[in-house]
Design a protein around this ligand. Structure first.
Ligand code: URA
Length: 437
């Protein structure tokens, strides 16, 4: 590299903006293994403290996006949309929204991640369907997108490798929770995957990276600005993650809950968020309706007349899976347990990250990147925040194939919820929607 990494760290430490060339050189050299992790760690920590200017942010994002292969969606006619969630517990909205848009002739090309820590990943949810493959070649990706109208594949190793390396380093240097680093990480993958317009579901609450609304808005704002500077229209829906989304946490259970919504049913907050995200995407597409009301009507119609579910079935088939899995109800595990309320009252708060970790204990998630997951394991939440419960009433049901974990899982689940005499204030599922200019 033509710069000394020491000098770049020194500049960032004193909040002197780096130039485009310096950032590009640094990312190229780091991806090639020419900058040691200890220097990059120091740089990341300096960013954690000093932040980044908008110009630095867009240069960093573009450099990371260009660090590997970029997917060409040019052969697909029309505007391509992408949707991304910043990560949550029980978030199966992609499984609902992508088939809905396909049914409305809006192509959605998506690369998703696997679950890590307390957050689930769409790829794991899809792979709970027997036979379904998410590791697709570019040719398969484009073929399925053409035939079905949406595709949701695992992120390839070649996509934004700089982000992969930097994320792993951030994970062990306490620098994951830096807003510019999260914003550039997410947006670099969106740019490399080639979508024209992007809807971001920025989660906010006890089960999200951002627990405060102000920081969720800041993250959304930075991603929108990156979009503006790189020519992508971005809409950010800031949504609540102070309790699991819907009722299911765990892979096969979440697919079943998505199917329920695609049949016109489902838990109201999950339905509201899914419809809203689908409407935002529809209105950004070439098929935009004349009014928001007409868009809501179109989205609701394909959820009720079976055409969105039909797209989901087509996707499962094209990706090698067994479509009859979409007709399943319930999971088969060796052990299950109902969790009962220890006292009467109202459910007032939930430590959602802890509920996510309970699902990991049951086998539904992974605490290490290489860990296998159990598609059947999970939680069905029977009560939502604000509901009253009587003593001994069932709050949730746990499912696992792991012997000897249910007692600890139950304790942990109960500690995650607060039961009080007074009901809590209502929390909206959507806090705000921010759009690029
Ligand atoms: N998701 C990402 O892809 N990157 C982050 O930094 C955080 C969440």
């Amino acid at each position: 590299m033509k710069y000394r990494m020491y000098d770049l760290i020194e500049k960032k430490k004193h909040k002197i903006p780096l130039t485009e060339d310096e950032i590009r050189e640094m990312i190229t050299a780091y991806t090639a293994g020419d900058i040691p992790d200890y220097q990059m760690s120091a740089f990341l920590m300096a960013v954690w403290f000093q932040g980044m200017t908008d110009e630095e942010l867009s240069c960093l994002t573009l450099a990371m996006a260009a660090s590997g292969e970029e997917l060409s969606l040019a052969q697909i006619p029309g505007t391509k949309l992408d949707k991304h969630s910043t990560g949550g517990v029980g978030d199966k909205t992609t499984l609902i929204v992508a088939p809905v848009l396909a049914a409305l002739q809006v192509p959605t090309a998506k690369m998703s991640g696997r679950g890590l820590g307390f957050t689930g990943g769409t790829v794991d949810k899809l792979e709970s369907i027997p036979g379904l493959r998410s590791e697709l070649s570019e040719e398969e990706f484009l073929r399925i997108l053409n035939r079905v109208g949406f595709v949701d594949a695992a992120q390839t190793k070649e996509l934004a490798p700089a982000d992969k390396l930097l994320y792993a380093l951030r994970d062990v240097t306490a620098t994951v929770d830096s807003i510019p680093l999260i914003a550039s990480s997410i947006m670099s993958k969106k740019l490399a995957a080639g979508a024209d317009r992007i809807v971001l579901d920025v989660k906010c609450g006890s089960g999200a990276f951002m627990s405060e609304l102000s920081s969720a808005k800041e993250l959304a704002g930075q991603m929108i600005r990156i979009g503006e500077m790189t020519g992508r229209a971005v809409t950010a829906v800031i949504s609540d993650m102070n309790q699991p989304l819907g009722r299911a946490v765990g892979n096969a259970l979440e697919v079943q809950e998505a199917v329920e919504v695609l049949k016109g049913g489902g838990e109201p907050r999950l339905v509201e968020l899914s419809v809203r995200i689908a409407v935002e995407m529809l209105q950004m597409s070439d098929q935009a309706r004349d009014s928001r009301e007409a868009a809501v009507e179109a989205v609701t119609e394909v959820m009720q007349n079976g055409s969105a579910l039909d797209r989901f079935r087509a996707y499962v088939k094209e990706a090698g899976g067994d479509p009859s899995a979409l007709d399943r109800v319930g999971v088969e595990t060796a052990f299950r347990k109902e969790i009962r309320a220890p006292r009467a009252g109202y459910l007032t708060a939930c430590n959602t990250g802890e509920v996510g970790l309970v699902s990991v204990m049951l086998g539904a998630g992974r605490s290490r990147k290489d860990e296998a997951i159990d598609p059947e394991a999970g939680i069905l939440v029977k009560k939502k925040l604000g509901e009253s419960v009587s003593e001994g009433e069932v709050l949730a049901e746990l499912f696992t194939n792991r012997e000897g974990v249910l007692e600890d899982a139950e304790d942990r689940f109960l500690r995650a919820y607060s039961i009080d005499a007074e009901p809590p204030e209502d929390t909206p599922i959507i806090y705000d929607i921010l759009r690029s200019r």
